[in-house]
Design a protein around this ligand. Sequence first.
Ligand SMILES: Cc1cc2nc3c(=O)[nH]c(=O)nc-3n(C[C@H](O)[C@H](O)[C@H](O)COP(=O)(O)OP(=O)(O)OC[C@H]3O[C@@H](n4cnc5c(N)ncnc54)[C@H](O)[C@@H]3O)c2cc1C
Length: 472
Amino acid sequence: MAPSAMNRWTTALSDAQPAPFWLEDPGRPRPEAALTGPETCDLLVVGGGYSGLWTALVAKEREPQRDVVLLEGREVGWAASGRNGGFCAASLTHGAANGLTRWPDEIHRLQELGTRNLDEIEAAVARHGIDCDFERTGEIDVATEEYQARELRDWYEELDRRGLGDGLEYLDADAVREQVASPTFEAGLYDRRGVAMLHPAKLAWGLKAACLRLGVRVYEHTPALDLKPHGGAMAVRTPYGQVRARQVALGTNIFPSLVRRVRSYTVPVYDYALMTEPLTAGQLDSIGWKNRQGLGDSANQFHYFRLSADNRILWGGYDAVYPYGGRVRAEYDDRPQTYAKLAEHFFRCFPQLEDVRFTHAWGGAIDTCSRFSAFFGTAHRGRVAYAAGYTGLGVGATRFGAEVMLDLLSGESTERTSLEMVRRKPLPFPPEPFAWTGIALTKWSLARADAHGGRRNLWLRTMDRLGLGFDS
Ligand SMILES: Cc1cc2nc3c(=O)[nH]c(=O)nc-3n(C[C@H](O)[C@H](O)[C@H](O)COP(=O)(O)OP(=O)(O)OC[C@H]3O[C@@H](n4cnc5c(N)ncnc54)[C@H](O)[C@@H]3O)c2cc1C
């Protein structure tokens, strides 16, 4: 590689802080006090990310008299919910392709429930006055290789044939570059209504404020240490107190579940992102990005990118790193070698922006499961519900997961709980060293497929047949 190009991205990254841009906002609220002493409630929610926050909020909206407590081990929104790309998608299935392969008989219903879920997020943001830069500007999946352009066109036609193409538009190279001018774009599939862009941390903080206004008692810096049945209810121990609750909802994502048997269904996969400084009017003009939609490219190792409210570009994805042993550790949140790779790819996509610098670079753990979309269940005779496994597409879907957990705790059968996607679990991951070896082989094969016109090798074809995979 030419030294000048290498210098360009090294220089561009030289002042980048290794911290999530979103969490540095001056609007970051003070944490609520930790729990000290005993508490009792009808519903205890564990986890202060979107999963837990939506569960507490929707529980109160469904039944205002319900007594709800939420425990967060650190601060609301510090984990994936405050550091993600902010693509809030209608899809509940990690994209229509994954949903169609796994649940062909209910994909129409899943798509419809997903659209309704996104509409409800939009309505809740307005109803609760949540200032999270919510913009329903859609997303374009872009092809950056000829073969991807052909695949995108075929996929668009298939969706149309199956009655799933509503609101989608195929863009040829000129049309996609008219939306956003990158010399690498060969085609695009534009979903104008199915995705919103938002400020992830502000959504978490706004949900917390809404919960507090509705009377949810939120305790931060209060990890739930264990969960046990106790005389017809559940008891949760915390460092300085305990909670007795009639029911418990777990929104603990990739952190070790308080229901042990759930743990093997997910592995942490680290995803990384860069944020540029705000673009000048001239820079923005040079890439022609007027409609503010999000974008993602269509290789197996894909990038996602979008504008912030103050016209920075968030550029993330590509490397999906699984650490041997599958632990969540702060040290994995920072990965300079991935930042360098991402910066290189950014300038390849937008050579017009050669003077732009990055202000932030960070990573976070994604709760990957083998079917790429959330799974749900209950424990302790239906008194505890859980939802996890959103695999990199949980900003919108966690609200649906919250509804499912509340439905399951109600004991009533609903449209949501009757879905096969809700009733069935994914295959668990094997223990080490098999998990690491299988994931490494899959990642190697996916990278090879990207470099060889998308052709999937025997390993990937076998995994496809078994309905297994690895994604972020
Ligand atoms: C870098 C990155 C980019 C992403 N980009 C996107 C995107 O653009 N679009 C998209 O849809 N998805 C994206 N995702 C995924 C998305 O952020 C997650 O699916 C979503 O935030 C999950 O929400 P959650 O509430 O389940 O988990 P989290 O936000 O991880 O919250 C779980 C919370 O539970 C708490 N907790 C855990 N155990 C306990 C305990 N025992 N006691 C008390 N508290 C506990 C944790 O402290 C944490 O705050 C991305 C993720 C990452 C990391």
